[in-house]
Design a protein around this ligand. Sequence first.
Ligand SMILES: NC(=O)c1ccc[n+]([C@@H]2O[C@H](COP(=O)([O-])OP(=O)(O)OC[C@H]3O[C@@H](n4cnc5c(N)ncnc54)[C@H](O)[C@@H]3O)[C@@H](O)[C@H]2O)c1
Length: 364
Amino acid sequence: MYQDKIIVNYENVPAYPIIFDKDFNGLTKALSSLGLNKRRFMIVSDSNVSKLYMEEVKSLISPIARSLTSFTFEAGESSKNLDTVSQVYELLIQEKFDRNDILIALGGGVTGDLTGFVAATYLRGIDFIQVPTTLLSMVDSSIGGKTGVDLNAYKNMIGAFHQPKLVHINLSALKSLPKREFNAGMAEIIKHGLIKDYNYYSFIHDNIDHILSLEYDLLKEMIYSSCLIKKDVVEKDPKEKGDRALLNFGHTIGHAIEKLMDFKLLHGECVALGMEAAAYISYKRDYINKDQFHHIIKTIKAFDLHVDIKALDPEKIYSVTKLDKKMESDKIKFILLNHIGEGFIDTSVSKDEMMAGIKFIQSY
Ligand SMILES: NC(=O)c1ccc[n+]([C@@H]2O[C@H](COP(=O)([O-])OP(=O)(O)OC[C@H]3O[C@@H](n4cnc5c(N)ncnc54)[C@H](O)[C@@H]3O)[C@@H](O)[C@H]2O)c1
């Protein structure tokens, strides 16, 4: 049964809680109970989320803070870079932040990755907490301590592992999230089911309409279960040396599409296309049967995640996958499905197989 809290361990020691709430009110209680009050706080957020939630969160944190300041950057992946990082450093120095002070990432994965990276590197590391407001950041990017920024067109090239002290999820924040962004988050959720848990995948498939109408109890159960899957993977492989790579299911081809489309598609949309291609390769290898393959495609399409990329040159998509940083001794670490609910790492996927997968997703 799902509860209001999950504890994530780091190197076998309890490291931080993920708290599930229906508003932001519990944030102050959570901070105080972790002894994270009476510090200087800086809330980092993007322009969209700031407009919606900054004042509310500020008014809640203010009574327990020694001082409180905020930084807002222009929303979007194009802000996830070292320039924005420098601007936050400047403000931290100006406000005389020291190692006892704390950053709050209020927003989606861009805000979390960027703020986490600042926290990992300012004064060789200060505390930070994640207050994720997109579906993707709730179930994926806020958990596991992967932080970082892009360098020009190289996504997540600069980064550090730095664990948050708390992840506070206000499920009601999803009500203001644009539908396209919500659906993009569903790609990561479907991914969790496909690589780790058949029952969870079925639960998603059986509840598509309830999920799309944002039924609170159902969303809570879905997000809780996805966080459990992510927790399990990152606890076993905190520095992505082995099984954590499973989370890259759909990402090899997905990242290539993302880059070639100049980041105009959402990350989740590109991952969904990559998952379709990987499912196709798994089907052609007879790991999953035709019905299972079609079932996966149907689920992805139910969340409007199949985007038309017919205009892209398939050879180009393939050649960009070879630039992926997740290469090992010149071999792409591709994630395939043994069956629905079990992904595995395969370094033997050939160019022909990849091209067939890419052509499949371009075929309709
Ligand atoms: N660290 C990790 O392990 C990890 C894992 C997956 C993805 N990521 C990264 O996460 C990023 C993508 O995250 P994302 O999809 O959350 O993007 P995002 O942070 O850009 O948010 C998407 C959009 O939604 C808006 N938004 C956020 N919350 C909102 C709300 N409640 N209401 C209305 N609008 C809201 C944002 O302003 C933005 O325009 C990428 O940079 C990706 O590389 C990191």
